[in-house]
Write a protein that binds this ligand. Structure first.
Ligand code: NAD
Length: 468
């Protein structure tokens, strides 16, 4: 037991006795046929009825897991935060985690609460009545889902699972993951979903940088069995009443993929509208803002330099990968993802054209990129189009700097290291690329003679402002 876990006992004990779980006849029958019945009996007898020290353990304390653990903690739950990265735990303990303001306040309270415990020891998972998995699900360089991290985390959860727990997967992933990575492997340990353990999926909808109360965001839940779903709903109701139940874990997994694929396709469409508007010499934002006045049947998406973060560039590829295996064609999604992926290259090309119109080549040109985060007000560079744009400009021989106080330094995929330019004018840029407009960032310092490529489409019209 870790030192941190020892702190937990001081909070007033509540009853966390696991309830007797209703049997799912079909599943149990099937499992009994497979000869696991004796193990079910043993486990049920030994573990159900044991008190747990924690109401919930959160596995992975990143952009999703930390706010989730704070939502549970603020609702009065005893929370065990588990992260394999000691450096991440240190960032959280020293309150340096990138959080919205309300979560920063919650973290302050949580760190002072003996019922909020942080550990890197996954074996402590057995001390929690529920376990929520929030680890990353990236794609590799070939855009194939990289399941190593999720697989590793689920293996730890399965290894330390005890009867009576509720296990909830929340990482965005392919349809069938909850069954493949949790429910099935648990069977070998005599833990049967819906019988003596509960297993469910509930996608996370956190929007980093946007301060929306977690309790206001509805959660979709789907269980491996109806009993699993009931237990998962009860768990989530610890902090919010807004729960939408679907008929299976698969449907809940698919829900998240639909949400983010919808966004990807619409962003690709907004980018295409920006191109159309340019060729018709119209202001795309004027048109999108006008369309947004329609109270139904339209939802505004805005064009930009590409997409970043851990969701839109990755999630639809989980669906594409799965459909490829099933030999199913998904042309709309594929085309949207290809168009989005090509966007940073287009920024580089546009820079070349603006420079060339001024009799300058890219080689040797001084280019300053303003804002490198993948979106405003987040300290997250993952998949940021800025990285690919800077890399493309570097390959063309440009002299580069960036202005983004959230990142003192950054390393490009090719290894080049760049530093935040505190005084952008001192860099004497030939051209400025506005990539991300953090709150409070302005371009008032830019002289009218200096060209600006506004990849955000938000700058007011001026002679020196260009769009993609
Ligand atoms: N970031 C978002 O905006 C967002 C929004 C909704 C859903 N999601 C989904 O949520 C999931 C998590 O994303 P994130 O952005 O929070 O990731 P993240 O990279 O910010 O954090 C993940 C954390 O998990 C830890 N970790 C990795 N393996 C572990 C293990 N075996 N045991 C314990 N901890 C482990 C890492 O050290 C890291 O601190 C992903 O599936 C993502 O698609 C993300």
């Amino acid at each position: 037991m870790t030192e941190e876990v020892l702190q937990s006992g001081t909070r007033e004990a509540r009853s966390h006795k696991a309830t007797t779980l209703p049997l799912t006849e079909q599943l149990v029958g099937q499992l009994l046929d497979e000869g696991v019945g004796t193990r079910i009996g043993t486990r049920t007898g030994s573990a159900i009825g044991t008190d747990f020290e924690f109401d919930v353990a959160i596995v992975g304390l990143g952009y999703v897991g930390l706010p989730t653990s704070l939502a549970f903690s603020a609702a009065g739950a005893r929370v065990l935060g588990v992260d394999v990265s000691e450096s991440r735990l240190e960032v959280i303990r020293s309150q340096r985690a990138d959080l919205v303001e309300s979560d920063r306040d919650r973290l302050l309270y949580a760190l002072a609460d003996p019922g909020f415990v942080l550990t890197s020891d996954v074996s402590d998972l057995k001390r929690a009545a529920a376990v929520i998995v929030c680890v990353p699900t990236p794609v590799d360089d070939h855009l194939v889902p990289d399941l190593k991290i999720l697989d590793g985390a689920c293996k730890s959860v399965v290894e330390h699972a005890v009867a009576g727990q509720t296990l909830l997967l929340t990482s965005t992933t392919y349809v069938g993951s909850t069954r493949d990575l949790l429910a099935q492997p648990l069977v070998d340990r005599g833990l049967i979903a819906g019988v003596n353990i509960n297993v469910a999926f509930s996608p996370e909808r956190i929007n980093p940088g946007m301060d929306v109360a977690h309790e206001e965001v509805p959660r979709v839940v789907g269980g491996i069995t109806p009993a699993c779903a009931d237990a998962a709903v009860k768990l989530i109701r610890t902090y919010t009443e807004k729960v939408h139940l679907v008929g299976s874990a698969d449907a809940a997994e698919m829900t998240k993929l639909v949400e983010n694929t919808f966004r990807a396709v619409n962003i690709a469409l907004a980018n295409e509208f920006a191109d159309v508007a340019q060729s018709l010499e119209l202001d795309v934002m004027e048109v999108i803002n006008a369309a947004s006045t329609k109270p139904y049947g339209y939802m505004a998406f805005t064009p930009g330099p590409g997409v970043g973060g851990h969701c839109i560039p990755c999630d639809p590829h989980y669906l594409l990968w799965q459909m490829k295996k099933a030999r199913r064609s998904t042309p709309v999604i594929e085309q949207a993802m290809n168009a989005i992926a090509a966007r940073p290259g287009r920024v580089v090309e546009r820079v070349r054209r603006i420079l060339s119109d001024r009799d300058l080549g890219l080689h040797g040109a001084r280019i300053l990129v303003v804002g490198v985060a993948y979106k405003p007000d987040v300290e997250d560079l993952r998949e940021s189009p800025a990285l690919e744009i800077l890399e493309g400009l570097a390959e063309g021989g440009a002299v580069l700097a960036y202005h983004d106080k959230l990142f003192p330094t950054l390393r490009l995929p090719g290894g080049t290291e760049l530093f935040h330019e505190i005084d952008p004018l001192a860099f004497a840029p030939d051209l400025v690329v506005l990539h991300t407009a953090h709150t409070g960032v302005t371009l008032n310092w830019v002289p009218q003679s200096m060209p600006v490529l506004d990849a955000t489409f938000r700058q007011p019209h001026a002679k020196n402002i260009f769009h993609l």
